[in-house]
Design a protein. Structure first.
Lengths: 420, 290, 276
């Protein structure tokens, strides 16, 4: 009995030793500085990003970057709790739309004093400005990823469609033709929650509002502005594709939509540019990519932007900040590697590189960056975005009366904004 | 019982290790959480005191009520079915079947798997376009079913998954209860001409009532706290119709960073569970003592 | 009746039993089958039950491109420690509730049981801040420490201890044994089956924990398996064959655990349901 107790105690002590080991990176006297990064890049994106980090580490010996991937869904939870406890890593990814949650509380370092004018001038204006708050720069844009259109060339050829549709009516006609001739779906717009919410609906909705000259929220993002003719037109088109023309499946979730297009079961597919990488690797898929068409007449497309920021630490080590900046500068100036994942890089010098110009598809939609819609600047954005996705999901799958749907959405958004 | 005036001292010493842990990791955070519920706080900036505002908001929040209702739906769906399933399984494994050993293993086995494995697996089985359930239906000429994307079915699908996962646990509890019933009672009933079903109804069920109560209480508490499998399988969809209260609490606190509001809602959930458990115990627990 | 003549009723019942056995086993079987297929066979318009060319590539990918082995190791450590500590703190207080008449015993008992009803969400934020101030964020200890207070364990042990006849203790007391001796030498050995239940419940509880380790562990390599598998699904999107392989690998330890401790597990749960 005693021996057993002793053994158990020994094991317990050993185990606790392991348990309390933090494995924290220690800066040695000589040798490279180790900095840490949290990445929310999953799947194909993740692989390309890891490859870039590897190359960064290999290209110089002063800094070693340790990259840690978090599932996208949980990323901001982790980030926020870590920022609150001041245990965040040296560099973090923050979507441009989420910056407002972190800037006012002073969680991110202002970067103005760390970036020289030449580097700054190399960035595209619009994405860079989106990272400024009260005149100060809080992150550097790494990419712009708008929603674009992918189309199946084989299906189009079979159905005898020679021009890629642009307007709402053209899409309806083209999709109908595809369905009649080939029996496949015309469109594959996801409209139900699976692993992810039906964000595509919200993104298209926002884009179509802007294309008509309207917008989702008012200028200072304090009130909804979509309960009008613009909103109705956009919503009705999305609904009719499913219920009136029956060219888009119902209860289609994000992954299923992607798979439907990959299998060649749908002619037109809308998703962010990040899908390019996966689609490219699909054997037998003959597709093209283009900026989001002017479905409602104007040119505008929802776009997110990944930005790189430096969290404020309890004891900010200037050496680490410098190392972090070096990393950020390197990554942004090698944007052609990131473009392999489908994203649009933000540095002008990258756009000139031959490797960049040689990448298929990306060149076709690089122009979309110019029409990128910025995310409304409000702390309530996360909740609005998610709730609207749910409401649009309901409105589209259930063919709810558009006026009633929009009125309900408007009231909900008002309530949400008021609660912040 | 060993009498002695060292009782209080001993009692405290024996309780101490647990109480220290309990105080540190349950009581302190619990009170701290209550404190937070009176503030408006986004975890990064300084908190601002708002008194009972969070609770007031809660009572007029449509999402709170719908989430609570979804949780209730889950409780109502799973409690009777899991209890009955567990009981029927227990009958099977304590009966005369030559396969009762196999059944005991097979029905209990899923319980040891982790929530994410079970949820991921069943989400795949029920996947609308390529999952095997629908593949089978298509092969026999039926239409595919929207297991997880139809708001009328989604919660039932999650309940079904939960049944497969945990009914075995109830089975073991009931099985133990049944095994305790003396064989003579059954024998004399048979001699008197009682059929199998009559024996079950009049002997087995009454005599396992204490197990039933225990099962019921545990099942209800667990169902009120459901989150993981719903979140992994449906993400709260379609369009939020399976979003349970715990998911709403989690999102409010950790996605929208309304910490105070999240804390307030979790306290209301706590109160509800407390009231339900007390009611259960007083109504049912007493009965079987009589 | 001859052993080899079966009544219609018996045949019917056996068929029903067989049906349910197959139904219950099927999901796990399908998990294995899917994991052995190439992804193109999984997402396809032409359905096939068995893999045309069974492959182990998903398993290889699961092992080489993720930290799945680390995750299992982490889960083991976390669950093992949770289970040991739970036992160490649950048994004495259960004994106190069962056998020691001390002031305030009832109130304390209900206060402890009340802990079962607390939804964990209430505790997350304060706990996180608490652990952070001790510098324990991102350690495995943080993953299990909040979970070691297991009131149901106390309940189970108390039920059992109450059933131990007082004569044993009284006899030992008369012989001059102190309470501690009685506890260690008599009560504990007698309570082994109940302790087995507590051990198993706390192990499974800690193993299955999802939300807390998710929040408190930052490095992917330190994840527990439950968090890791969920992460796995998010990072590999629609690659079902890969996800199923990951899920299968993640379940191996539990399968072994079950095979070796099956009788104890079932006996333990059974004991807890019985009165005294």
């Amino acid at each position: 009995m005693k021996k057993q107790i002793l053994l158990v105690a020994l094991v317990a002590i050993l185990a606790s030793g392991m348990l309390f080991a933090q494995g924290a990176a220690e800066t040695k006297a000589e040798g490279p500085i180790e900095i840490t990064f949290w990445s929310l890049f999953t799947g194909g994106d993740g692989e390309f990003f890891d490859a870039m980090v590897k190359e960064f580490n290999a290209s110089q010996s002063a800094i070693v970057m340790k990259n840690d991937m978090v599932k996208f869904d949980n990323y901001y939870t982790k980030l926020t709790t870590a920022l609150a406890a001041k245990t965040a890593p040296d560099v973090v990814v923050v979507h441009q739309g989420n910056l407002l949650n972190y800037v006012p509380s002073g969680s991110l370092l202002a970067l103005d004093s760390y970036v020289d004018a030449t580097t700054l001038a190399d960035f595209q204006q619009a994405p860079l400005d989106a990272c400024r708050f009260d005149g100060k720069l809080y992150s550097l844009p790494f990419d712009v990823h708008p929603i674009v259109m992918y189309y199946n060339k084989d299906l189009m050829a079979k159905a005898g469609i020679t021009k890629v549709p642009q307007s709402a009516q053209e899409f309806i006609e083209a999709s109908q033709k595809v369905k009649q001739v080939t029996g496949k779906w015309g469109m594959a717009i996801d409209n139900t929650t699976g692993v992810y919410k039906a964000y595509t609906l919200a993104r298209l909705f926002m884009s179509m509002l802007a294309q008509q000259g309207g917008s989702l929220l008012n200028a200072d993002a304090t009130a909804p502005a979509f309960n009008n003719a613009y909103g109705e037109a956009a919503l009705k088109w999305l609904q009719d594709l499913v219920h009136v023309y029956k060219v888009n499946p119902t209860e289609l979730d994000y992954d299923a939509a992607m798979n439907t297009f990959k299998l060649g079961e749908a002619a037109f597919y809308f998703n962010g540019v990040w899908a390019t990488g996966t689609l490219e690797k699909t054997a037998g898929l003959n597709f093209g990519a283009a900026p989001l068409p002017a479905i409602m007449g104007g040119e505008a497309a929802w776009a997110g932007s990944h930005t790189l920021a430096i969290p404020v630490q309890k004891n900010q080590d200037p050496k680490r900040v410098e190392a972090a900046m070096t990393f950020i500068k390197w990554m942004t100036s090698h944007g052609e590697m990131w473009a392999k994942a489908g994203h649009i890089p933000t540095r002008k010098s990258v756009a000139q590189k031959s490797e960049m110009k040689a990448l298929p598809y990306r060149a076709d939609y690089a122009a979309a960056a110019a029409f990128a819609l910025p995310t409304p600047r409000t702390a309530a954005w996360e909740e609005i975005y998610g709730t609207l996705s749910d409401k649009l999901e309901f409105a589209v799958t259930k063919n709810q009366n558009p006026k009633a749907a929009l009125a309900d959405m408007e009231q909900t958004v008002k309530n949400i904004i008021a609660s912040y | 019982m060993i009498p002695g005036n060292k009782d209080t001292r001993d009692g405290i010493i024996f309780s101490l290790p647990f109480l220290v842990v309990y105080l540190a990791f349950m009581i302190y955070p619990l009170l701290s959480g209550l404190y937070i519920s009176f503030f408006k706080w986004d975890i990064l900036s300084t908190a601002s005191f708002v008194g009972l505002d969070n609770y007031r908001t809660l009572f007029s929040d449509e999402k709170f009520y719908s989430s609570l209702w979804h949780t209730l739906q889950f409780v109502l769906m799973t409690t009777p079915t899991l209890l009955i399933a567990g009981f029927v399984m227990a009958l099977a494994i304590t009966g005369t079947s030559p396969w009762k050993g196999i059944m005991e293993n097979v029905f209990f086995f899923p319980y040891i798997f982790s929530m994410t494995v079970v949820s991921t697996l069943w989400a795949w089985l029920m996947q609308k376009d390529w999952g095997i359930f629908n593949q089978v239906l298509i092969t026999i000429g039926q239409n595919p079913v929207s297991w997880l994307t139809n708001e009328k079915l989604a919660m039932w699908s999650v309940a079904l998954t939960t049944l497969w996962w945990t009914a075995g646990f109830n089975m073991v509890l009931f099985g133990a209860g049944i095994k305790q019933i003396p064989k003579e009672i059954y024998e004399s009933a048979s001699i008197d001409g009682a059929t199998y079903l009559q024996r079950v109804r009049h002997i087995t069920i009454p005599l396992v009532s204490s197990t039933t109560v225990l099962c019921l209480i545990l099942q209800i508490i667990a169902s009120f706290n459901v989150f993981g499998q719903v979140y992994v399988m449906t993400g709260g969809g379609p369009h939020g119709t399976t979003r349970v209260l715990v998911q709403y609490i989690y999102e409010t606190g950790f996605k929208f960073f309304k910490m105070g509001y999240s804390a307030a809602m979790s306290y209301i959930l706590f109160l509800i569970i407390l009231v339900v458990s007390i009611l259960q115990y007083t109504l049912l627990g007493r009965k079987e003592d009589a | 009746m001859n052993r080899f003549t079966f009544s219609k009723k018996q045949v019917l019942i056996r068929c029903v039993e067989l049906l349910f056995i197959l139904i219950w086993v099927f999901p796990l079987l399908w998990m294995l089958i899917t994991s052995l297929k190439v992804e193109e066979e999984v997402i396809t318009r032409t359905f096939s039950f068995w893999p045309a060319n069974p492959t182990l590539e998903n398993y290889i990918k699961a092992f080489t491109s993720t930290y799945i082995v680390n995750w299992m190791g982490n889960s083991f450590i976390v669950s093992l420690m949770a289970m040991l500590i739970t036992l160490v703190i649950d048994a004495p207080i259960a004994y106190a509730f069962a056998k020691i008449r001390f002031k305030g015993r009832n109130i304390l008992f209900w206060a402890v049981m009340g802990g079962m009803m607390v939804p964990f969400q209430v505790l997350i934020v304060p706990l996180y801040l608490q652990f952070n101030s001790f510098g324990l964020i991102n350690t495995l200890a943080a993953a299990y420490l909040p979970r070691i207070a297991l009131p149901i364990g106390i309940f189970i042990l108390k039920q059992f201890y109450e059933g131990i006849p007082s004569d044993l203790e009284e006899a030992a007391f008369i012989d001059g044994a102190s309470r501690y001796r009685i506890f260690a030498r008599i009560i504990l050995p007698l309570g082994q089956s109940a302790m087995a239940t507590v051990i198993i419940l706390s192990f499974i509880n800690a193993w299955n924990d999802f939300l807390w380790p998710l929040i408190v562990i930052n490095d992917t390599i330190k994840y527990t398996i439950t968090v890791g598998i969920a992460n796995f699904q998010g990072t590999h999107g629609t690659q079902y064959s890969l996800i199923m392989a990951g899920a299968a690998v993640a379940s191996i330890p539990q399968i072994f655990f079950y095979i070796f401790f099956r009788k104890k597990i079932i006996a333990g749960i059974a004991t807890s349901g019985m009165k005294g």
